[in-house]
Design a binder for this molecule. Sequence first.
Ligand code: MV4
Length: 502
Amino acid sequence: MFRKVLIANRGEIAVRIIRACRELGIQTVAVYSEADRQALHVRYADEAYLLGPAPSRESYLRGDKIIDIARKCGADAIHPGYGFLAEREDFAQACADAGIVFIGPKPSSIAAMGDKAIARATVSKAGVPVVPGTEDVGNLRDEDLLALAPKIGFPLLIKATAGGGGKGMREVRSLEEMPALLQAARREAEAAFGDGNVYLEKLILGARHIEIQLLADTFGNVIYLGERECSLQRRHQKLVEEAPSPFVDEALRRRMGEVAVQAARAVEYVNAGTIEFLVDKDKNFYFLEMNTRLQVEHPVTEMVTGIDIVKEQIRIARGRPLSYRQEDIELKGHAIECRINAEDPYNNFMPSTGRITHMTIPSGPGVRVDTGVYPGFEITPYYDPMIAKLIVWGETRAQAILRMRRALEEYRILGVRTNIPFHQTLMDSTRFLGGQYDTRFVEERFSMEEDESERASHAEIAAIFATLVAHHQTQLAAQIVKRGARDTSNWKWLSRWERLHR
Ligand code: MV4
């Protein structure tokens, strides 16, 4: 067993990893920036070391400093969490060179999946369906791409090979507009990744974004833990995830799971990883990319499988075999995660900064909150605006939605604006309730307006739940209440709370 693990991250995910270590009896080491002296991950860890000034490149991206600290304090392993150094092959290699276990895949797997054109070619050769597009890897010149484009067909997408997450992506409708778009995509990719290489894919319209969670050990065992539905996003930032996907049936799940395992095997993958797929309305699915790390939305998979993914990651990194075989994996119930961001949904999702003055966290049956903040903590503009994840579990999807509405109603955060009202509006939208949405839904069909036609009325919501909730629970639907956010403003609620606690 590891004696001590350093967590090379901050916020909710650092706290999440510390919790797993605690349960395993492993000592924890936090690292932090000057902006994070008061952060929760620093308080929870057994030891904590200052990295440097607030900007990430001077703190959480300083792999050299982090390895130095790990060496000096005697950490056996480093968990990178997500973001920052999690998908940097050079960092994974530097850990190995320093004799410290990197809790994640081999540097070569990170590299193979990091270049999206290489990833496409590699998994395609292993029999994984990819979107029709360019097949060559290496520097494709504009003239090559312009010659290949008509064969692929329009509309198509220019994507950055170093990309992922939508950066450096351009939609192309015709050959005429392509030269200018190639130039723009290359310029954006060069600025974002220091690499202007691009490739082409046919544009798949109206697709869902569904991903498969994998676990792989050093003995060649690879298993899938079902899917997560991740289509609810805005500007490539996911906002809500659910497991299982309302769109995926048992047969599709098995096919996608088995294909995902093949993709992982193609790069000799070890540890937790995720294969992203686009799934069209006819249930054809295509490999998009692999995330070679723990993901933000991993809790929804934990809720429906009962598996602690972070503990499994640590077990795998220790060189132990997986605790589960594929036959052991059963999905039970339904889980939904809402990402709580410090941003204003009424003002174009502008980031909101400031001190949290008051916070009431929802709890009770089937509710989990992973957070890195507390009252008195100052939200700064240096890092991601996500301050918490609210995750609920229910026996059915309808039960989970009801529970999410209840939990969102309980959640009170004062001092910064949050996107909680967005989630409340979404949980009442007819398309979400019906599970009928794709990746364009939030940006193109959803609105925060009170009298939007997409918004279900009280009667409609009750009717929808009556249909959704299992027969023996139909009585419940008659009792669905209108959500109370507008009835009890934060201010009224706070003064009541303060009177009670005088
Ligand atoms: C696509 C696509 C349609 N067709 N590729 C966006 C982020 C990156 N992971 C890949 N992305 C997409 N690739 C083809 N060939 C649509 C998207 C896409 C998307 C994918 C997943 C979740 C949200 C999205 C929002 C817009 C576009």
